[in-house]
Ligand binder design. Structure first.
Ligand code: 3PG
Length: 306
């Protein structure tokens, strides 16, 4: 029987797990759950006889992939797939997929939760500022960026977007402003929402030079990946600019050093952008359906290691 391992160190909501199991039972597949594991060896052991693997931010390393002797497909139930060793998967002829767009509203809503929290002085009882009329820069216009733009319009913010992979016409059709360079985005906008993936090109790209271009009252909201930040540059920015704030959904490695910048720095203890039952259901069920279509019809839509 085709065996599907759902390995989630951060488990899906119960309704999503029920939905995933139902899809696989109806397809005649077996579901095996590995939740809240703390040792990667548990994943290496569990994957050994699985035909397919569903993960969230769990790391599908070369070791995991090589341990999956029967593996044919890995689906990252979510957007970013920087946690899959794509080269190792391709070498073994394993198809890797993501489920784009399925959790993007959840991440965009959290961005606004964080923006309001930051603008209202981390809810410390002091006076804050309003978002209305302020300039918000959206760094990358993928599914999350588009949802951030949609919500920002409801807050009456002026929205600017930089994305070298999306045409100016496409961006401006949504009633937001497209800028030509990343420098222009950071020098124009008081607030920046980071929505870029972690790639070889973007890692450490948000550095002191770029951040220091931001106008007075600058704040960056990071719901993307910690790797895109140059942490040394971030620390220098805090030291150089008493007005600068950074709110993150992915705890930086230098978190403990940044705690001294009280009321200007905040990080969630564990990434929770996609932690809604709606996002879990959307992404989890999409992953399950993609696996069924892959085995039944050879469907490779959403493959990321072509
Ligand atoms: C994603 O890339 O989809 C988000 O970062 C959510 O990740 P998670 O499923 O681990 O919460």
């Amino acid at each position: 029987m085709t065996k599907i391992l759902v390995a989630t160190e951060k488990p899906f909501a119960a309704a999503a797990v029920d939905g995933i199991k139902k899809i696989f039972t109806e397809a005649g597949f077996e579901t095996v759950l590995l939740e809240k594991y703390s040792d990667s060896n548990d994943l290496i052991k569990a994957v050994s006889d699985a035909d397919a693997l569903i993960i969230r931010s769990d790391k599908a390393t070369r070791q995991v992939i090589e341990a999956g002797k029967n593996l044919k497909i890995i689906v990252r139930a979510g957007a970013g797939y920087d946690n899959i060793d794509l080269a190792a998967a391709s070498e073994k002829g394993i198809t890797a997929m993501n489920t784009p767009g399925q959790n993007s509203n959840a991440v965009a809503e959290l961005t606004f939760g964080m923006l309001v929290f930051m603008a209202r002085s981390n809810f410390n009882g002091g006076s804050g500022t309003e978002l209305k009329g302020k300039k918000l820069g959206i760094h990358a216009y993928g599914n999350v960026g588009k949802n951030v733009a949609r919500i920002a319009k409801g807050f009456d913010m002026s929205v600017y977007v930089f994305d070298p992979f999306v045409t100016k016409e496409t961006i401006e059709k949504d009633g937001v402003n497209a800028v030509d360079t990343v420098e222009e985005l950071y020098s124009t906008c008081q607030y920046i929402s980071l929505n870029i993936p972690a790639t070889e090109k973007t890692k450490k790209s948000i550095n002191f030079e770029l951040l220091s271009k931001m106008p007075k009252g600058a704040a960056v909201i990071n719901t993307a990946r910690k790797e895109v930040i140059d942490e040394e540059g971030l620390k220098n920015m805090f030291a150089a600019r008493a007005d600068f704030k950074y709110v993150s959904d992915i705890m930086p490695d230098n978190h403990s050093e940044l705690l001294q910048f009280e009321n200007r720095y905040f990080s969630t203890p564990k990434k929770q952008g996609a932690e809604t039952s709606e996002a879990n259901i959307n992404a989890g069920l999409a992953a399950a359906n993609q696996i069924v279509k892959f085995f039944k019809n050879g469907d490779k839509t959403f493959q990321v290691n072509k």
